[in-house]
Design a binder for this molecule. Sequence first.
Ligand SMILES: [Zn+2]
Length: 108
Amino acid sequence: TTRSRNCYCSVPQCSNNKKNIPYLRFHDFPADAETRAQWETAIGRDEGPNFKILHGSTSVCSQHFSSEETYVSASGRKKLKKKAVPSKYPWNDWGKGKMTVFKLVINY
Ligand SMILES: [Zn+2]
C-alpha cells in the first residue's frame, strides 16, 4: 500500500501523532502477550470493537516512558527495554504522582 503511514498515540487525552510531532518516537504495542496486556491496563484501554491495536499505527508515544524504561542501542537509537510499560500520563501528572498512587495502594 502507498498510503502514508501515520502513528497515533493511543493514550487517552494524548493527541500526539506522527504528523503533528514527526520527531517524537512512537512505540508499537509489544508482541509479547503479557507485556501487551500490561500496556493496555496502564493506559486504561482494552482491545475490543472500539479499540483495535494495529501494527504500525496504534502506538504509545515516547512521552509516556520514563528514562529508566528506555536505552540507547549500539546504533544510537533510543529503544524500549524488553518489559518496559508506559507510566507517565496526564492523569498522574506525567509520573510525578507515582508516590501518591503507591500510597493509595498500600493503604488498602
Ligand atoms: Zn502520547
